[in-house]
Structures are given as C-alpha cells and as structure tokens.
Write a protein that binds this ligand. Sequence first.
Ligand SMILES: *Cc1c(COP(=O)(O)O)cnc(C)c1O
Length: 225
Amino acid sequence: MGQDDTEMASTPLEEVHGKIAKMCKIARREPDDVTLIAVSKTHPPEKIIPLLDQGHRVFGENRVQEAQGKWPALREKYPDVELHLIGQLQSNKAEDAVDLFDCIHGLDRLSLLKALAKAMDKTGRRVPCFVQVNIGEEEQKGGCAIADLPDMIAKARDAGIPIAGLMCLPPAGIEPSPFFALLHKLAHDNSLEGLSMGMSGDYETAVQLGATHVRVGTALFGERG
Ligand SMILES: *Cc1c(COP(=O)(O)O)cnc(C)c1O
C-alpha cells in the first residue's frame, strides 16, 4: 500500500495548515509564527461553522456591515473568535470597526488614522492596526505611499494607535515575490514585526518571505458566489 492510500481525506483547513507548515520548514520558521486568517467574506454562517467546529478561531471580513450581521451571533457560541477587518475602511465606519474587530488591516491614510484614533479614545478599545502599503505604487490602489510610511507610523504612534505591522496587496497578474520581499524590508526598516501578506494564490510564497498573517478565503471556502 502506497503512502497516498493511507492518508485520510483531509479538510481544506488541514491542507492549508499543511502547506504553511511545509513552507515554514523550508524557510526555517515556526508555524506558530504564522496566523492563518480565514477570509469568510460573502460566505454565510453555515459555511463558517464547520471551520469553527474544527477549532479555527481567526477570521477576516472586508465589510463592516456584513460582519455586523454575521459575527455577533457566532461569537455567542464561539466567544474566543478573533476577527480581522481586511478591506478598505471608510472613516465614518471607524467606530463600528473598532467596536467589532480585534485587528484592522487597512490603515492607509491620515483621515482614517484620525477617525480610528477618535474611535479608540471614545470606546477605550486599542485595536492593533496594520498600515496598508501601496507596494506596487499603483495609482488606482489604496494604501499608503512608500515614501509616506515613516510619517504615517509616527502619527499613528502619537495618536495611541497600536501598529501591528504592514499589509499589502501586490499588483495583480505578476509575480508577487519582489513585493513581499519589499514589504518585509520596509517593516524591518521601521522596526515592525507583523507582515500581513499572501492570499489563496500566493500565501505559500508569502510565508517563505516572512508573512506573519496570511489572508486566505477561496482555498478554505471555495469560490465566492
Ligand atoms: C478577499 C480578500 C482576501 C482573500 O482572497 P482569496 O483569494 O479568496 O484567498 C485576502 N485579502 C483581502 C484584502 C481580500 O479582500
């Protein structure tokens, strides 16, 4: 009997964890240093509950309103859920976001920085934020310009916003490795530990290049409708 025959059918969650572990071994990293954020945007609770029942607790959503509709009920049953906001955040939703989320990945402009600082002062919740970097210097894309990064980090610190690290979405359709490597360098230059990078198509590469948080949706839940 070949080794393949003895392997039990594994769940997508186990497969993704397995690939992360493999990449960590190659890169001589500890798998515990990589947080898998299961991106459940657009998916209903019926699809999320199986992951919760397998023990997974870290999830990502990209819209405040959608998350407000889904997660309070799920959290009653699974109170130790850790919820990450991974998408663009409008300043007028900053307080709702600070109330609901445990981490915010899209701090990308000074107006939002001010809104988040105000919301954190008001609610007393200090929610760690990743500064989103426009790593490919794309005009149409959100994210702090690389040149503005030190100023953004300094202003966030002054405003009492805990900075978890840097986040990026590399340009579509081209090899992401150079952008992941650049984000790693920028984090190092600014003495930041966290690196939120890598999605279903490229999280293995991102782990090799130092990602501490990978944001994986499709590989766990299937295609979004
Ligand atoms: C949707 C989304 C993801 C997950 O994408 P998949 O390709 O489904 O893994 C990751 N990061 C951000 C910012 C997203 O909006």
